[in-house]
Write a protein that binds this ligand. Sequence first.
Ligand code: HEM
Length: 372
Amino acid sequence: YAVYRRVRAQGALVPTRLGRWMTATHRVCDAVLRDRRFGVRSAELVAGSEADEFDMSMLDRDPPDHTRLRRLAQPSFGPRRMAAYRPRIERTVDELLTRAGAEFDVVSALAAPLPIAVITDLLGVPDADAERFARYGVVIGGALDGISSLRHAARLRAAAAELRVLFEELFELRRHTPADDVISRIVAARGDRIGPQEMVPLCNLLLVAGFETTVNLVGNAVNALLDHPRQWAELCADPHGLAGPAIEETLRWDPPVQRTARCALEDVELAGRTVRAGDFVVTLLGGANRDPEVFADPDRFDIHRTPGADHLAFSSGIHYCVGQPLARLEATVALRMLAERMPGLRRAGPMRRRIGGLLRGPIRLPVRATAT
Ligand code: HEM
C-alpha cells in the first residue's frame, strides 16, 4: 500500500514504460474500467501473468462476445438463487468449524474448503470429483498470480487438460439428465448462446474466479480483525449486524484482487495525458481503495465506516465481478459464524502471505479458539 501511495504522489496517471501506464487513484481507475474506449484483450496477460495458457472466457472478451457470455452466467448469481444458497453455506461453515477443533489454520480449515464446496455445488460437480477440481483450481489460481516458471507452465497445461476432461464428462451427463445447476444451464444454451469451444473456458473461469479470490477475502478479514481486537469484540457482540460491514471494509482495505488492466482501443485523453491506441493501463484497485480523495483516513481499518463511494475490489464497468453476491454471502456467513462460535479467537503462530502481486491473502493463518 506504500507503493500505491508513491504512485499516487506521482500523479493520477503515471507512465511506466513505453505503452504502459498505471493509476492508483479511484477516479481514474473507475473511469478507465467504465470507458468503452478501453477493452480487455488479454490485458492481464501483458500485465505479467501466464493467462495465455488459459482462455479466461468473458474476462478476456470485449462486447459483443462478452455481453453474450455474461448474460448466460449472470442469472446463476441472482438474489433468488443466493437466498436459496444461504442455508447450504451455513451448513458447510458449521461443519467446517466443528471439524476445525480448538487450534487450526483459518485458510486450510475454513477459507479454502468453503468456496470450493460452494462453487463445485453451484456448477453441479459431483462430490466425488470435487477434490480433483480443487487441486486443479489451485494450479490455475497460481498461474493467475503471475508466478511464472517453465515447470509451472507444464503443470498448468496438465491441469487445464484434466479439467477439460472432467467438464466434458459433466456436459455429457447434463445433456441427458439436466439438473438445477450452472453446467445444465450452459449445456442447454449450447449452439444458441454459447459455442462448443466456449463452454470449458466459461466453466474454468467460474471455478477459478470463485475459488482463489474468496479464500483471500475470508483470510484477509480474519487477519485484519485479529489485528484490531476491539473491533473483533464489537463484531462478536453483534455478529448479524457487523459481519457484512466488516467484509465490506476488508474488501476496501485489503482486497483479494489487487489490480487489473485495460488496453486502449483508440487514442484517449485521460487525466491530462494521451493514452495511445494499444497502450495498457494497469488499474491498481488496492490503491484506488486507499485514495484519500474518496475515503477519509484511508489507511485506517474501520468496520463502522459509512459507505461513501464504492470500493473497486470487484472492479467496475462491464466486467464488474459477476460472482460478487456469492462472494459477499459466503464471506459474511463465515465471519458471522466464526464470531458467534469463537469469540475468544487468537493468533497461534505467524501468518504467511501469498507471493505475487495480483492476488493478496494469507496462505496460512494459525489461530486458537480460547475460551472466553
Ligand atoms: C470478475 C474480484 C469472487 C466470478 C472479477 C473482477 C474482479 C473480481 C476484480 C474483474 C476483473 C477485471 O475487471 O478485469 C473478485 C473478488 C472475489 C470474487 C475479490 C471474492 C472476494 C467471485 C466469485 C465468482 C466470480 C465467487 C463466481 C463464482 C467472476 C467472473 C468474472 C469476475 C465470472 C468475469 C466477469 C466479466 O468479465 O464480466 N472478479 N471476484 N468472482 N468474477 Fe469475481
